[in-house]
Design a protein around this ligand. Structure first.
Ligand code: SF4
Length: 250
């Protein structure tokens, strides 16, 4: 499988879940590389913003920002090797994140089956951008989907980011929770329209302020909480930003 590379090692680390339904839960994060979207504010752009591509990113304006060398930022491990690393932590909750994990769902199914079949009793969360339906060989092994459909503010074309059948699949899936990154009232209107159009239940939805610093999050928190109260959505903060800032692998 293709994983994000951090200091010559696969990005697999023991931390707490910082967002959404399982916020605060001790978890092992496994960060897979590759993504089918190209969000302009993505904070894991080292999983897709390769040299030689024309994708735009907000960081383009930073003078020393450069696209990534694909070979240097991907590390390949087989399922057994990943399983061994996960098993080395004393932690029962595993979060598969990305990039977009469902791009590698055949191998992911094998990894999840291996974890669920072990005596450790792992719980498995998969984070996804909501553009790919999990296949039948993967779905039975997953305990929770953290679905984060992208809004216009991501800079992706509507055609790439909105897949109605996929949204309907997750909207009707009792294991799925939706998390939306909100920057403005326009974003909120877009969420309301998406929720209504795809039979997504309000109790499945978490709104999260966009921001990669505590100051940015603070600015949007109050009005977003008020929006949650008004529409019956859940609020989630970005706990890891408050604790560690925008730092990888913690
Ligand atoms: S879907 Fe996620 S990983 Fe992919 S570009 Fe957007 S924020 Fe980044």
């Amino acid at each position: 499988m293709k994983l994000a590379c951090l200091n010559d090692r696969p990005e697999i680390f023991h931390t707490i879940q910082g967002e959404g339904k399982s916020l605060g839960k001790p978890s092992v994060f496994v960060r897979l590389s590759l993504c089918n979207l190209h969000c302009v504010w993505c904070d894991t752009d080292y999983t897709w913003n390769w040299k030689g591509t024309t994708f735009k990113h907000n960081y383009d304006e930073i003078p020393d920002y450069a696209k990534y060398d694909k070979k240097a930022w991907i590390i390949e491990l087989n399922v057994e090797e990943i399983n061994n690393i996960i098993q080395s932590f004393n932690c029962k909750n595993v979060v598969i994140t990305g990039g977009e994990p469902l791009l590698q769902q055949n191998e992911l199914a094998t990894l999840c089956r291996t974890l669920k079949s072990s005596k450790e009793g792992f719980e498995i969360e998969i984070e996804t951008n909501g553009t790919i339906i999990p296949n039948i060989s993967l779905d039975p092994w997953v305990d929770q989907y953290n679905v984060s459909p992208k809004l216009k503010n991501s800079g992706n074309s509507d055609h790439l980011r909105i897949k109605p059948k996929v949204l309907d699949f997750f909207g009707n899936n009792s294991k799925a929770y939706f998390k939306y990154v909100i920057e403005s009232t326009t974003d909120l209107e877009e969420v309301l329209s998406m929720v209504k159009g795809h039979t997504i239940r309000t109790e499945q939805v978490f709104l999260m302020p966009q921001g990669v610093s505590a100051e940015e999050l603070k600015k949007k928190r109050i009005w977003l909480v008020e929006a949650c109260k008004k529409y019956g959505f859940n609020y989630t903060d970005r706990l890891h930003i408050h604790i560690w800032g925008n730092k990888r692998g913690v």
